[in-house]
Design a protein around this ligand. Sequence first.
Ligand SMILES: [Zn+2]
Length: 319
Amino acid sequence: MQLPTKHKFSAEVKEYIKARYEITQNITHIAAEIKGKFDFEDDVELLRRNVGRFLKRDNIKQQKKDIKRLFFDIETSYYLVPTFQFWKVNINTDNIIRDKKIICICYKWQYEDKVHTLVWDKNHDDTKLVKDFIQVIKHADEIVAHNGDKFDMKELRTRAILTDNLMFPVYRTLDTLKKSRQYFRFASNKLDYIGKALGVGRKLDHEGMKMWIDICEHKDAKQQAKMVDYCKQDVILLEDVYTAISPYIYHNTNFAVLTGKPKWYCPECASKNVQLSHTDATAMGIIRRHMKCNSCKKFYKISNKTYLFMMECLIRAAK
Ligand SMILES: [Zn+2]
């Protein structure tokens, strides 16, 4: 049994409080936890005050975690292959003269203005580009791309293994193409079309295959710069489309929990300016609370238990 907390916490208890404080701001929760875990005699209220005092005295600050959502787009080169005809072509993979590589990757962080660019080197080697981008996505809490799950992430992983760069097998992603198919019926699910339909922008026009040939066969720097601009515009359009559809789709990553906020905060922007929209029950009789964020307009579901905890917090805050 631990002594009453007018005495200092043991090193073990201090470590526990510090570790928990990184995840939750709720000191009452931490106090209740250490009471059970370390068998304190004091009541939770007294423990709560002592936890607060300890955090203040030892100047322990919660690590503020920002929402790190990454938008990106990849442009690849083509396979160079010999062919004797142009209609119903069937090419054996043994005849590949030159493999497909990544020409450029453009990416931007949510809420930042800068679009970053990575380009293959002058010898058309993408080893460093792949290595650098893997370092970038390591820091992302969620990676957003249009058709990213099927195309971009797999292209990247294929280049990673072929250039001997290690990469995680799984990333938290949100594929805007998948979301578009799941929640809407636009005339087309192409990014350019959705952007146009929602009035948020369009892709840049380019000459198509000629641009690729100029870059890959003639190392045309001007054309390559154009491709980078085209890719950058795609990333900007991607973020704008994402922002427009976000209130209408369910999230893949809960940023409230990820940034150390309670579960009832908005999962999209981690705001606590939220309200109950309506309540329903599943076939099994489980109550679900549908919430609406007043900051970013996101709709989301929480359990009844989480909802009651929210009410408790709000009542306590109003006192
Ligand atoms: Zn929100």
